[in-house]
Design a protein around this ligand. Structure first.
Ligand SMILES: Cc1cc2nc3c(=O)[nH]c(=O)nc-3n(C[C@H](O)[C@H](O)[C@H](O)COP(=O)(O)O)c2cc1C
Length: 246
């Protein structure tokens, strides 16, 4: 049996949507394809797969520290084929090349990488919501085509050495994530203390021990999951409401 294991991380749901479409293409082509959340999958996995996939959002022109942590903790292998898919609003720069560098050192054979434009998980402009939805429709088609090309051996994973490493280095500084997180606030008049945000936070940055929901900005990576899952849309970004990706 041809087997694929795809590890994903998602904040507002875009990457999960793409992962599910790629999974369907694999299944339709006779592969057994499992989908695992990076947050729950840090344990070592010794199984052999036809492909391993890494799927995650772009953040600060790179990706979230927890994704880098996951990749850095992957076991060393011999010629295991691997592919990556990131979803983004417009531009990255610091992820495709640096990730290939880490994976190649660990013995992976990097067979394909693609960046797929989707809605912004931080959308605060009502006028852009419709355009975002259109982008997401197109994104699903791009993802399916990528998966078909992957199976046909027609994909590539290019690396632009110096520039991409320089861009990656910006997001290595924790203070950037803390500063980004400090833009997140909670409207306590709207918050109903349901605890959904706390339960879903991938880095356990949300607490309710003081009787109200609080964000630990030193832990938060601003993935927007809390913002997008809140049933009352009680989170604000830079004082403005975020249009949830539902
Ligand atoms: C903190 C943060 C930073 C982001 N930075 C970028 C960026 O540098 N470039 C870009 O094109 N998109 C950026 N985005 C947009 C997301 O990559 C994009 O909306 C992605 O599809 C979200 O995926 P998700 O729904 O799986 O979380 C950023 C989003 C967040 C939350």
């Amino acid at each position: 049996m041809k087997k694929v294991c795809m590890y994903y991380f998602t904040g507002s749901g875009n990457t999960l949507k793409i992962a599910k479409h790629i999974q369907t293409v694999f299944n339709e082509n006779g592969y057994e394809c499992s989908l695992r959340n990076m947050e729950d999958s840090l344990e070592k996995n010794d199984e052999l797969y036809t492909y391993i996939g890494l799927l995650f959002p772009v953040a600060i022109q790179s990706t979230f520290p927890l994704v880098w942590n996951f990749v850095n903790n992957l076991p060393e292998v011999t010629k295991q084929k691997i592919f990556m898919v990131d979803t983004l609003e417009s531009f990255s720069g610091g992820v495709v090349g640096p990730m290939k560098k880490i994976l190649t050192k660990k013995g992976y054979h990097c067979v394909g990488a693609i960046e797929i434009k989707m809605s912004s998980s931080m959308q605060r402009n009502s006028k852009k919501v419709e355009a975002d939805q259109k982008k997401n429709v197109e994104a699903v088609k791009t993802a399916s085509d990528f998966a078909k090309n992957l199976i046909a051996g027609k994909t590539r994973w290019n690396r632009v050495p110096i520039l991409s490493d320089a861009m990656r280095s910006i997001s290595k500084d924790r203070s950037i994530w803390t500063k980004q997180s400090q833009k997140l606030t909670i409207d306590h008049n709207l918050c109903i203390m349901c605890g959904i945000c706390k339960k879903n936070c991938p880095v356990k940055a949300i607490s309710d021990s003081t009787g109200k929901i609080e964000i630990n900005h030193n832990l938060c990576e601003s993935c927007m999951r809390c913002v997008n899952r809140c049933p009352k849309n009680a989170f604000k970004l830079g004082g403005k409401i975020v249009y949830q990706n539902k």
